[in-house]
Ligand binder design. Structure first.
Ligand SMILES: [Zn+2]
Ligand SMILES: [Zn+2]
Length: 105
């Protein structure tokens, strides 16, 4: 049994693996840069979203900007409780569904 070839092999494997990792990383970075570039270009050309007027969000439709909703588990008017709006989480605004918050379509 000679441990030397195995060690050399593992070292070679480490180099190959490291190379793959760097290659993978640079590819990810390149794709990310390309994507952001395409996004910028699209933003320049695209018209602002008509639903949110380019803001990317609008007043929550469920609570109408009140941040809370009147919710009753039994549809019983006695037990109606003001609850934090599940759509906007009390933020009073919701992300535009038309442009998914980008502000343009
Ligand atoms: Zn809401
Ligand atoms: Zn929009």
């Amino acid at each position: 049994m000679n441990p030397k070839p195995f060690r050399a092999l593992s070292k070679g494997a480490a180099i190959v693996f490291g190379g793959f990792l760097i290659l993978n990383l640079s590819t990810t970075v390149a794709i990310g840069a390309l994507r952001s570039f395409a996004e910028k270009k699209r933003k320049k050309l695209a018209l602002p979203c008509g639903l949110c007027k380019g803001k990317g969000f609008y007043i929550c439709k469920l609570c109408k900007g009140n941040a809370t909703i009147r919710w009753s588990p039994l549809y019983d008017p006695i037990y109606i409780n003001p609850c934090v709006c599940p759509t906007c989480d009390g933020n009073r605004v919701q992300r535009c569904l038309n442009c998914t918050g980008k502000g343009y379509s």
